[in-house]
Design a binder for this molecule. Sequence first.
Ligand code: UGA
Length: 437
Amino acid sequence: MMKIAVAGAGYVGLVTGVCFAEMGHHVICVDKDTSKIESMKTGVSPIFEPGLQELMRKNISAGRLEFTTDYKLAYRDRGAIFIAVGTPERLDGAADLTHIEETIKQIAGMIEQDSLIVIKSTVPVGTAEQMESMIRLFLKNDVKVEVASNPEFMSQGSAIRDTLYGDRIIIGTASEEAEILLRTIYEPFELPIVTVSRKSAELTKLAANGFLALKISYMNDIAALSEAVGADIQEIAKGMRLDGRIGSSFLNAGIGFGGSCLPKDIKALDVYARENGQELKMIKAAREVNDKQQTVLFRKAKTLLEEFHGLKIAVLGLTFKPETDDIRNAASLVNIELLLKHGAEIQAYDPTGAKKAAAVFPEGKHGEGTIAYSRTLEQALEGADVCFIFTEWEEIKSLRPALFKRLMHSPYVFDGRNLFDLQEMDDAGIKYTSIGR
Ligand code: UGA
């Protein structure tokens, strides 16, 4: 088993470190955030991710997982150093590589043995090569280094499963030695390993996220047509899913894709393409469809109700998807802003995301509208005139139509996730609007 360092104990770094430890490697996660490291040492995960904390505790107890703020200690005598620091979006949409560059310089100043540095963060094509040139300029000791690319494919809410039982591992290296080392690290995972050039590995990640975005936007486009002609997008998706060439996932029409990855990565793809004299027309279209889709529910409600002033609106689901507390680029935020502008009185509920949403829209008055956060789903629905559904949390999915009828003042339900049966809602006397059907 190998001794591995993971630089950056954020979402990707922590999940990666924990999963390497689970596979038997000895892992040290290093980060400059002292309070985060201190709490992780005691087995407390700073992020909400199903199964993560349990696995953290198990591997800390087994002595395979450590946390430190001491970079020198972290980089000493390691088989490989994985970089998983953030690459936030720059104003022009490209990735900001400041944290990667800082980490590279830091490693250069500290390593005393030949090292393989592996970039896990999502980065522009060519970053591994550039970082290899950079590290050579800053090396303090006479050692050999290679920088490899090993993008991650974990989704929030299922990150542990995606890492331990994912579809594939992509390894981009420049030498056979690095390839063998990375193959050895990943051998216990027993997953298909694809070895490619570093640039191909970097572009595979962006192309994969871009393709997922295309699939969603395509279904949202077809949903609009489906609605116009009286077909049902869910029936259409059911038929399409069985075609192995299309694939069974990412065919759910709804309120568009949010989160920190798909929106950011397709913007970055667009920028890199243009920087390289290319135009990715489909990616551009996916973005346009998504921007429009995020407000589709509000527009439908506006057409039907005309006026939101003084209406009590229950908002169910704030996060960009279930099993996370992340609200970045969530459609709920765009719609809440519009509803508040139009004078609505919002009662919002989310099992995990309310705290973060309250940081964007604090409880109280916002112009002519107001927002409050309910502790339970029922509390949010109580006395509401209209209900908006933005996230397919299990407890929202399992609501019975009769409950809307019983708790709400006048049951208008606008569902951005197509969670309910049209007939059942109609039978229960609910005015139900969903997407593409
Ligand atoms: C995405 C990719 O799925 C991961 O493979 C990748 O590793 C990750 O980005 C990353 O780059 O780090 P994530 O953003 O966590 O993962 O979430 P997804 O499951 O991809 O969902 C993104 C958005 O698409 C959500 O808002 C979701 O509701 C929406 N979606 C997804 C749909 O509207 N319809 C679908 O059929 C599927």
